[in-house]
Design a protein around this ligand. Structure first.
Ligand SMILES: Cc1cc2nc3c(=O)[nH]c(=O)nc-3n(C[C@H](O)[C@H](O)[C@H](O)COP(=O)(O)O)c2cc1C
Length: 181
């Protein structure tokens, strides 16, 4: 039986490059027989973490917005989590970081995910551009000892919308999704 794969696409722009890579990853993973769901943060109401830590007692966030729903209804049950982000100032975008903070209730839950993937796009092309985003995500993963960072797909040298089409990164994203066993 295939794995349950949740892809969270965090760019808020239409024609997003990281979202296009996420689509390719999804296609590959579906072809490999997995159950794949991609959720975009476009139009979602996601508030900042209040830092109250009530979630560590109740396993639920006190803020009942779209992040709470995503965490409770989807992130908790996925075997594989995939985060797609544009690089903003050599890091993951703010909305992705906010979502990771808001996933704090999972820390005290019996979460299912074991594999985590990162998809990133940026205007520049060197590996240094995405390494801090990977490092930030690894910091989050470090708090979930049953999980690890399983792979990164980076699409560099893309600034405008739909700039990623036809790139090698698209093929890599497809292959990485397809490679999930
Ligand atoms: C606020 C902001 C900060 C950015 N910072 C960087 C950066 O540090 N390095 C870089 O190479 N590109 C940077 N970019 C460019 C985006 O990463 C690039 O356009 C990317 O393809 C956007 O992905 P998306 O289409 O999925 O939103 C930045 C863009 C914005 C809007």
């Amino acid at each position: 039986m295939g794995k349950k794969i949740l892809i969270v696409s965090t760019s808020l722009r239409k024609g997003s490059n990281s979202d296009a890579l996420a689509e390719e990853f999804a296609k590959g993973a579906k072809q490999a027989g997995h159950e794949v769901e991609k959720v975009s943060l476009i139009g979602k109401n996601i508030q900042f973490c209040h830092g109250c830590l009530v979630c560590q007692e109740t396993k639920r966030c006190v803020i009942h917005d779209d992040a709470d729903k995503l965490v409770q209804e989807k992130m908790l049950y996925a075997d594989v989590l995939v985060f797609a982000t544009p690089i903003y100032y050599y890091e993951m975008c703010g909305q992705m970081k906010t979502l990771l903070d808001r996933a704090n209730p999972l820390y005290s839950c019996d979460y299912a995910f074991r594999e985590v993937y990162l998809i990133a796009t940026a205007a520049e092309g060197s590996d240094e551009v995405w390494s801090r985003a990977a490092s930030g995500l690894e910091g989050w993963i470090a708090c979930f000892p049953k999980a690890h960072l399983s792979g990164v797909v980076f699409g560099g040298n893309v600034t405008g919308v739909n700039g990623i089409q036809g790139s090698l990164a698209m093929e890599k994203a497809f292959e990485m999704g397809k490679g999930i066993v």
